[in-house]
Design a protein around this ligand. Structure first.
Ligand code: SAH
Ligand code: SF4
Ligand code: F3S
Length: 459
């Protein structure tokens, strides 16, 4: 009998894509593959890609080029590119990287074993040579399928501590800068009963924290269920102690949702609410469909209900047409809200998105974009350091997630999603411990383990 084939999946991009990587591993394992821990040990390598910014794509193309080296040594090795960049580039990718055997978009993973089998047997079309070089059989799977939500398939979960659970795929918004709707299609939601039974089984395996995932996770709807209904039900699954979700869209951030967050003990005091810009004209060009004022109202609403909540955001600078004054408005918004964390990006034009068709003179020179990004990072990091310095001395509950960078230390996270390094060995991973935050580096904390404070013991 021949030994099982080994597959290696290397994932880039957002949590959704990481979760898709686990899904592919689950599908392959079920089909009899072993999951390899390095590309060198694999018979199949899948690079699961992101298309959100040009920089992300360039990095991955470089990596795919590097992996070609392994293919030269091992001619039977199959090299596949999956995910958002695969969907975006399609056939072009086979020309850019003629040694790639398979290009598969985010709705094709169910057919992964069948397609790999076909390639193994040479049952795939051969395309014309590129720069005089002959090509082997190559396959593309690029249909976006409204019916595919991967129901009934098992993700291969690698963490014993926390689980990411996709409840939605695709996106119904059309923010003018964003490629996601074009590479992942329209919004599709999973059945609440399926989600809840999956989470019950996750809890049964000893995992106590779940994060619900979707591009606009809070616009979730299924039959009579909306997102707050689902969140409440998830928070009540026995064994689940922490629930988070990402990313909500400000427009669907409702009073009902805040009410569930404030009243369900398992829902963490943490919110990631992407604002993108702090000026109404910019927001309008981005087609975000809310105003600075309405965004601020939502922040006020959640802080009134959960005063200690930590809030993070995403911001894009140098979007086409952004004037100096509009950019200053974004800085003002940062100073007004005082986010605990901000993921900041310079606008990257994505072919096929509406923003690329805006008047040429609206596009901001790269140096100005870089300067604005630098300024924004300074402001947001400054605020973050101030907030965190003010939190030194607190005692908080940590879920220990993984080993620290230095031996003898582990990394835990507070309910408010702050990372804390504490002394301890790997046996602590997966357990809850209390720690006093003794020091901050600005973004993260160093802490000392302490006894469970009286009155907070878990029954
Ligand atoms: N669905 C999520 C965002 C997913 S993309 C949401 O709506 O919040 C993650 C972040 O990447 C976005 O919030 C945005 O800030 C950034 N982003 C998306 N497209 C971009 C582009 N073309 N250039 C720069 N940043 C971009
Ligand atoms: Fe992209 Fe906007 Fe959809 Fe988020 S909501 S994925 S930014 S189109
Ligand atoms: Fe990237 Fe696709 Fe996620 S474009 S950010 S991997 S949805």
């Amino acid at each position: 009998m021949s030994s099982p084939k080994r597959a290696y999946v290397e994932t880039y991009g957002c949590q959704m894509n990481i979760s898709d990587g686990e899904l592919m591993e689950g599908i392959l394992e079920k089909a009899g593959y072993e999951i390899a821990t390095s590309p060198e040990a694999a018979d199949v390598i899948l690079v699961n890609t992101c298309a959100i910014r040009d920089h992300a794509e360039q990095r991955v193309l470089g990596r795919v080029g590097q992996l070609k080296g392994l293919k030269d040594e091992k001619p039977d090795l199959l090299l596949g590119v999956t995910g958002c960049m695969a969907q975006r580039m399609g056939e072009t990718l086979l020309e850019r990287a003629p040694y790639v055997d398979l290009v598969m978009g985010p709705d094709g993973y169910r057919t992964l074993p069948a397609k790999l089998g076909a390639l193994d047997r040479g049952e795939a079309p051969t395309r014309p040579p590129v720069s005089g070089k002959k090509r082997g059989p190559q396959l593309t799977v690029l249909n976006l399928d409204m019916g595919e939500n991967y129901e009934g398939l098992e993700q291969r979960r690698t963490s014993d501590v926390a689980a990411w659970v996709p409840i939605q795929r695709g996106c119904d918004h059309r923010c003018t800068y964003c490629i996601v709707p074009y590479v992942r299609g329209d919004e599709k939601n999973r059945k609440p009963t399926e989600i809840l039974s999956e989470i019950a089984s996750i809890a049964g395996s000893g995992v106590t924290e779940v994060t619900l995932l979707g591009q606009t996770v809070n616009s979730y709807r299924y039959d009579g269920w909306d997102f707050p209904d689902l969140l409440r039900a998830v928070a009540r699954v026995p064994g689940i102690r922490r629930v988070r979700y990402t990313s909500p869209h400000p427009n669907d951030f409702t009073e009902k949702l805040v009410e569930v967050m404030a009243t369900e003990p398992a829902v963490c005091e943490q919110l990631h609410l992407p604002v993108q810009a702090g000026n109404n004209r910019t927001l309008k060009r981005m087609l975000r469909r809310y105003t600075v004022e309405s965004f601020l109202e939502k922040i006020e609403m959640v802080r009134a209900a959960i005063p200690d909540i930590s809030i993070s955001t995403d911001v894009i600078v140098a979007f086409p047409g952004e004037t100096e004054e509009e950019f200053e408005d974004t800085l003002d918004l940062m100073r007004e809200v005082r986010f605990d964390d901000a993921f900041t990006y310079k606008y990257s034009p994505r072919e096929g998105t509406p923003a690329t068709r805006m008047p040429q003179e609206w596009f901001i020179p790269d140096e100005i974009g870089s300067e604005r990004l630098q300024k924004l990072i300074e402001v947001s990091r400054g605020i973050q350091s101030e907030i965190n310095a003010g939190e030194v001395g607190r005692t908080e509950e940590l879920l220990i997630e993984k080993p620290g960078k230095h031996p003898g230390f582990v990394l835990g996270r507070t309910r408010r999603a702050k990372a804390v390094v504490v002394p301890g060995g790997p046996e602590l991973i997966g357990s809850y411990r209390w720690a006093e935050l003794t020091r901050t580096t600005g973004a993260t904390f160093v802490g000392e383990l302490v006894e469970v404070p009286v009155g907070t013991e878990v029954a």
